[in-house]
Design a protein around this ligand. Structure first.
Ligand SMILES: Nc1ncnc2c1ncn2[C@@H]1O[C@H](COP(=O)(O)OP(=O)(O)OP(=O)(O)O)[C@@H](O)[C@H]1O
Length: 326
């Protein structure tokens, strides 16, 4: 489990104070994956540096499995860092070493006996599905295979936290899917705590149990995926389930509907047609299962003799979140 409390990082630059992280608080239980999503400049890299002690936070605490990382003395930083496995955008493998030798590297650094290293490396390569490639050099591996070696290497010292910094940003869609499936599987098999830093919404959608939106150093929205998507006041739900834009001016009123859980499977539109003798035209729509719940987001235009408020009141009474498009 990782708990970050009131984390703050400021930099002095040319007489100005730049606040890169502003009161960041989050908590990720064991066996789950938390996504941190943010645009360029939001503070993602600063957060990674503070969590890995490459940079000391200005204030606040980071506690990983009961150990307060922020209190670790400089002389103990190396040891403390072993509790965190890092997966980067590029695996950065050593070209002169085979896959097995790359995975063995962190174990050699902590002087693990040879036999134990061999056993662990074989186990890790098997976990990431690369047993047959143990003796292959990075130049003989695909991008996805290199990333698998990188993940095996990150897990070599048995970390409490796996920190994935843009783990699939350099991969094609099919390989991205493979790597995300692997991260999800390892989280469960090894009961890991995983933080995924990304700017890609589909990564959050595919594997995260919960998510935080980082903007200008602050977490402005956070929660389990299903709460965030169902929250009509936030922007994350819309970003996770976007709708195509409306085209031009339309004569009829437009409604945006958010359907959550059972409502997303109910025949809401046909009921609307029957009840209000309305013509409904779907302009855009998406239905997905996220964080174990089903969600539908629809933009519809409505033609009916009945006042629009009656229709929206009815929809709200059935549990549909309604917004009248401007
Ligand atoms: N060493 C530094 N000195 C001064 N300002 C910094 C330093 N590092 C980061 N910043 C500033 O802190 C803010 C957050 O930067 P950071 O690199 O953490 O964002 P990011 O979300 O990782 O962006 P990107 O995705 O582009 O890497 C930015 O305004 C940046 O200019």
């Amino acid at each position: 489990m990782i708990t970050v409390t009131n984390l703050r990082k400021t930099y002095r630059q040319g007489g100005r104070t730049i606040t890169a992280l502003d009161d960041v608080t989050l908590s990720v239980p064991k066996g789950s994956i938390h996504g941190i999503i943010g645009h360029s400049g939001a503070g993602k890299s600063t957060l990674v540096r503070c969590l890995t002690l490459l940079d000391r936070p200005t204030s606040g605490a980071v506690v990983i499995d009961g150990r307060e990382l922020t209190r670790v003395k400089d002389s103990e930083i190396r040891t403390a860092r072993r509790r965190i496995g890092m997966v980067f955008q590029h695996a950065n493998l050593m070209d002169s070493r085979t896959a097995a030798q790359n995975v063995a590297h962190p174990l050699e650094l902590v002087k693990t006996p040879k036999a134990e290293t061999s056993r662990k490396v074989a186990e890790l390569l098997s976990l990431v599905g690369l047993s047959e490639f143990a003796d292959a050099y990075p130049s003989q591996l695909s991008g996805g295979q290199k990333q698998r070696v990188g993940i095996a290497r990150a897990l070599a010292t048995g970390p409490d936290l796996l920190l994935c910094d843009e783990p699939t940003s350099a991969l094609d869609p099919a390989t991205t899917e493979d790597i995300l499936t692997l991260i999800r599987r390892l989280t469960q098999t090894l009961d890991l705590t995983v933080l995924v830093i990304t700017h890609e919404m589909h990564v959050v959608k595919r594997i995260c149990d919960s998510v935080s939106l980082l903007e200008r150093g602050r977490i402005i929205e956070h929660g389990p995926l299903r709460d965030v998507v169902g929250n009509r006041d936030g922007s994350l739900g819309r970003s996770l389930m976007p709708l195509a834009r409306s085209e031009g001016d339309r004569a009829l009123p437009e409604l945006e509907l958010l359907l959550v859980g059972d409502t997303a499977s109910a025949p809401v539109l046909s009921e609307l047609t029957r009840r209000f003798n309305a013509n409904i035209n779907v302009l855009a729509g998406t239905v997905e299962t996220l964080g174990g719940s089903r969600f539908g987001r629809l933009r519809v235009e409505v033609e009916s003799a009945v006042p629009l408020t009656e229709i929206t009141d009815y929809l709200e009474s059935t549990g549909v979140h309604v917004e009248v498009a401007a």
